[in-house]
Structure formats: structure tokens, C-alpha cells
Design a binder for this molecule. Structure first.
Ligand code: HGY
Ligand code: MN
Ligand code: MN
Ligand code: MN
Length: 414
């Protein structure tokens, strides 16, 4: 394979500059980012990404979920493109690299191929998937999910944020709703570079994670109903404390996850109590239980135990309880051929590497149903993510992007 040798590398400084430039849009309060999906900040980040892609000779496609597709080159116009990308939206207290590295590394590949005058047989398309985080509009990976036929577009458009605004209205308001039919595009393959968001690579002093699988995810929204009343004058035996009920259920969630240690995890990151007033016993508690495991039967067991044992807690306390499945996907096995292209790339480039199961969900988990897919991971400091202190090194970002370049070019063929 001409040119696919260890000299083929990206420009890490240019990649880093772009990451820092994008990080200026939607800054957080502690050095990270708050560029939530379909906000004005998201729109600003999209516009910058589009400008950079056009400067690199791409034409931008936009579908009805706001997914962005920057198309580049291809000596054989009939060859299906190789897609590469991730997401530009962030958590409210997100880092500068979660998702963004996956989009801007795709752009850096094109910039490097332009510098080297290399054209691939298959076109390459760099993608920004709308609303991967699922914080403002649940569930996560919403638009790659519509693209993969998991959700209908109408259902996705009706998703509401905490202020009652809908996904569809907000997409139109920021001016990023395209005309392209969602999911009509056909792919030769899809690759996504992402920070690990966990401690394994850094602890193992590995440059690259060769992601063979992604663990499955289950989101169950639980609503516990009691009776709001005065925290002072209501005698203890008469209280219907939904907040206390939630606390006992959250303890149970932790116990259920530990019962499947070490590979299962469980917690609730979204928690609301009503009326949330200092001197009112909560009459209602609403929270989302997030269970994950590489083993589907373990996820199903955790979901089933939650519904039985949380109901027992509520019954004992005279509280009402309702459950609603609001998100999830089965464990994912990525494509053998694409995974091998990633591993061979790391070998060829002399980067240390290890097989990895992704702890977080990614757009690649859905796109894996549409085309041969694989992920590349790089370490992050202390494995920390979904925290403004998320940090990586330019070396890690560059190594991950070098590997992505080789895997994409090998698949797109020179
Ligand atoms: O929830 C997830 O795993 C992803 O970061 N949205
Ligand atoms: Mn992400
Ligand atoms: Mn994330
Ligand atoms: Mn993700």
C-alpha cells in the first residue's frame, strides 16, 4: 500500500490549535465547555466547523436532524464514502475533547491528505452527529439513532428540554435543520476517535485503545410520589417523603450494580425533587437510573431488580412509584475488519495499544448497525470526563489521529 507507512502522520499542532479554537465557543465556568446541543453556542461551533471544512475543500451536507456531512475527494465517485466523526455538542459541565476530538481529528485527516497531495479511492466524509450527549434532549446519541432507524424523526422532534422547548423547534430556530433525508446516506465504513473517558489506557501507559466492543446502556426514569408537607409541623409517622424514598432507591441501585461487579455500573446523574423548597417535605422525586454492562443479560437483570426492589421500598413507605424506559442500547461488537485496521495502524506507527471495551456510549454504537464500524481511543488524564477538568495531551491526541488516519486511508484505499 503506497504511502501507508509510518511516515504518514498528521499535524498535531494544527489539530491542537483547532481544538483550542473550538473550545473558545460555549466556554464553561471552570475551563471546560458548555456548548449544549441546539443552543446558539452549538450553532456557532457548527459554523466554525463548516468554514474549516470548506477551507479544506469539502462540500457540506446537512440532514433533517442537523447531522453535518463534510464530503471530500474520492478518485472513484461511485465508491461508497468512508465516514469519520463524532459530536460537537457538550455536557453542561463538559470538557474540551469529548466528541470534539472525534470531529476535528476527522478534519485533520483531510488537511493532512491535502498537504501530502494524497487522494483516496473512496471519498471521505467527516461527520458531526447532533445531540450525542442527550442531556438537554434525552436520549443520548439521538440523531445517530434516527440515522440508524432506532428512533423515528417525528419522535425525536418531540423531545423536550427542561423548559419545554422541543428538539424540532430548537433545530429550526438555530437554522441548522437540513433537507436531506436522515439515514439515506450509504457508508463503506465508519470510524470514530474518542477519549477513553476512563482510567484504563493512562494506568496501563497505552497510547491507543483498540475498541472491540461497547458496553450496553439502560436509562430508566423513576418517579416517586409522596406528599409535600411542612418539614416542621408534620409528625415523622405521618410523612410521605418522596426524597427519602429516592435516597433508599439510589442505595438499592448501587447495591444492584455492585452485585454484578466488576463489569457492571449503575448510578443516577439526573435527580429532581419537587417542590425543592427548604421547608417542604418533597412530594415528588424524579430521577434517571443509568445501568451499563458489556453483558445484555446483566443489564436486563439490573433493570428487572430495580423495578421489583424499588417498588418494595416505595410500598413499605406508602409512596407511589412509576418507571419509564427513556433510553438504551444493547452491547455492541464492532466490525472485525475495521478493528484490525485500527490495530494494524497502531502497530505500523509504533504506538502501544490494548483492546478495550468502551464504557461510554458513542454515535459509533448506533452507526455500527448501518456499516462496518470501529473506534479508536486515546487516554485522558485520570480517566476524567463529563467534567470541566477533562484533559488530554497533544501527544495522545496526535497518536489517536495518526491511527485514525491510517485506518481510514487503508479502508478508503489509495
Ligand atoms: O452517555 C454516554 O455514554 C455518552 O457520553 N453520551
Ligand atoms: Mn462523547
Ligand atoms: Mn459525553
Ligand atoms: Mn458518547
Amino acid at each position: 500500500m503506497p504511502n501507508l507507512n509510518s511516515n504518514l502522520r498528521v499535524n498535531g499542532d494544527r489539530l491542537w490549535d483547532s481544538l483550542m479554537e473550538m473550545a473558545k465557543i460555549g466556554p464553561g465556568v471552570a475551563g471546560g465547555n458548555n456548548r449544549q446541543t441546539l443552543t446558539d453556542e452549538d450553532a456557532e461551533g457548527r459554523a466554525l466547523f463548516q468554514k474549516w471544512c470548506e477551507d479544506a475543500g469539502c462540500t457540506m451536507g446537512l440532514d433533517q436532524m442537523g447531522n453535518m456531512f463534510a464530503s471530500w475527494g474520492g478518485t472513484d465517485p461511485d465508491a461508497l464514502p468512508v465516514y469519520v466523526g463524532s459530536h460537537l455538542d457538550t455536557q453542561p459541565t463538559g470538557g474540551k475533547y469529548d466528541g470534539v476530538l472525534g470531529v476535528l481529528s476527522g478534519l485533520e485527516i483531510l488537511r493532512s491528505l491535502n498537504d501530502l497531495g494524497i487522494k483516496t479511492k473512496h471519498p471521505i466524509v467527516v461527520t458531526n452527529w447532533t445531540n450525542e450527549e442527550g442531556t438537554r434532549f434525552a436520549p443520548a446519541m439521538l440523531s445517530s439513532g434516527v440515522f440508524a432507524g432506532i428512533h423515528t424523526q417525528d419522535w425525536a422532534y418531540e423531545r423536550e428540554d427542561a423548559e419545554g422547548k422541543t428538539f424540532g423547534d430548537e433545530l429550526k430556530r438555530i437554522g441548522w435543520r437540513g433537507d436531506e433525508e436522515v439515514g439515506a446516506r450509504k457508508m463503506h465504513a465508519f470510524f470514530e476517535l474518542h477519549i477513553e473517558q476512563g482510567p484504563i489506557l493512562e494506568a496501563g501507559e497505552k497510547d491507543i485503545g483498540v475498541v472491540t466492543h461497547g458496553q450496553g446502556l439502560s436509562w430508566t426514569q423513576v418517579t416517586i410520589t409522596g406528599k409535600d408537607s411542612h418539614t416542621g409541623s408534620t409528625p415523622m409517622p405521618l410523612r410521605k417523603n418522596a426524597g427519602l424514598g429516592m435516597a433508599r432507591v439510589l442505595e438499592k441501585v448501587d447495591e444492584i450494580a455492585w452485585s454484578h461487579a466488576p463489569h457492571a455500573v449503575g448510578a443516577a446523574g439526573h435527580i429532581d425533587v419537587y417542590p425543592n423548597s427548604r421547608n417542604v417535605i418533597p412530594g415528588q422525586a424524579v430521577f434517571t437510573v443509568d445501568f451499563r454492562s458489556p453483558d445484555l443479560s446483566v443489564i436486563e437483570d439490573m433493570e428487572a431488580r430495580l423495578r421489583v426492589e424499588a417498588r418494595e421500598i416505595a410500598d413499605d413507605m406508602g409512596l407511589g412509584i412509576e418507571f419509564e424506559k427513556v433510553g438504551g442500547f444493547d452491547p455492541v461488537t464492532f466490525d472485525e475488519g475495521c478493528v484490525t485496521a485500527v490495530r494494524d495502524a497502531a502497530e505500523r506507527l509504533g504506538y502501544s495499544h490494548t483492546n478495550l471495551i468502551s464504557g461510554a456510549g458513542h454515535d459509533a454504537c448506533w452507526i455500527n448497525r448501518m456499516a462496518p464500524t470501529a473506534m479508536v481511543m486515546c487516554p485522558c488524564v485520570d480517566g476524567l470526563s463529563h467534567n470541566e477538568a477533562e484533559e488530554i495531551s497533544i501527544e495522545w491526541a496526535t497518536a489517536g489521529t495518526d491511527v485514525l488516519l491510517h485506518a481510514v486511508v487503508e479502508t478508503a484505499q489509495i
